[in-house]
Ligand binder design. Structure first.
Ligand SMILES: [Zn+2]
Length: 210
């Protein structure tokens, strides 16, 4: 594992509540906690850290993205508008979520041609961060079965995967994915960690939604 704080003019805005070196150490510590519970994290995983990328989320003021088994990023508002405790909590949640994606991409390479690959990957990330990282994200809680089934059909029938997604679809992808993964866990008795290694098609079969 290799945690790299990239160069940025924004580091000067970093809150006085945490030093860069302590931030790096915190990320390494949490990432190692994830490795303890999630087998198959690449020993060559690079976590690059850069403030103020465009995927800092409204809810957390932190964001992350996974690209491949060996690469993910972390980003955040360096002024820590929600305070140090929330910042550390959301960095922790994001590490659980994105590292899950890096393992996922090892077993099933990222596909931009399937909306359900994306939805299921998000579901695995959401359920893993919730159940193993103790993430408490009320904005990712899903609705009743009828509503979720309708969203599943929308994603399944989307004709422009990955492009021009309508407003709000990212939030519904989290919810729909978590709904599918929770159903698959319940029906199969497998853990979310076992499901992380399985093809999207098989997870959807286990969810019994078609
Ligand atoms: Zn995700």
């Amino acid at each position: 594992m290799n945690v790299v704080l990239l160069e940025s003019k924004y580091w000067k805005d970093l809150s006085g509540d945490i030093a860069k070196a302590d931030l790096k150490y915190y990320i390494e510590t949490v990432a190692n906690d994830v490795v303890e519970v999630l087998p198959d994290v690449s020993p060559h995983l690079n976590i690059i850290v850069l403030p103020n990328l465009s995927h800092v989320t409204e809810e957390m003021k932190v964001g992350g993205s996974a690209y491949a088994p060996e690469l993910m990023d972390l980003t955040f508002d360096p002024t820590l508008p929600l305070g140090l405790d929330k910042f550390k909590e959301y960095i922790k949640d994001t590490l659980y979520h994105e590292i899950n994606h890096t393992v996922r991409y090892h077993y099933e390479p990222m596909s931009r041609s399937s909306e359900l690959f994306w939805v299921v990957s998000e579901g695995l990330g959401v359920v893993f961060e919730r159940d193993y990282g103790k993430a408490n994200h009320t904005w990712k809680e899903y609705a009743d079965d009828k509503t979720m089934h309708e969203w599943y059909e929308k994603f399944k029938n989307a004709d422009n995967p990955g492009f021009n997604r309508p407003e709000g679809w990212i939030g519904w992808a989290y919810k729909t994915g978590a709904w599918l993964v929770d159903r698959a866990v319940k029906n199969s008795g497998k853990t979310v960690i076992e499901l992380t290694k399985m093809p999207t098609k098989e997870i959807i079969q286990l969810a019994e939604v078609d």
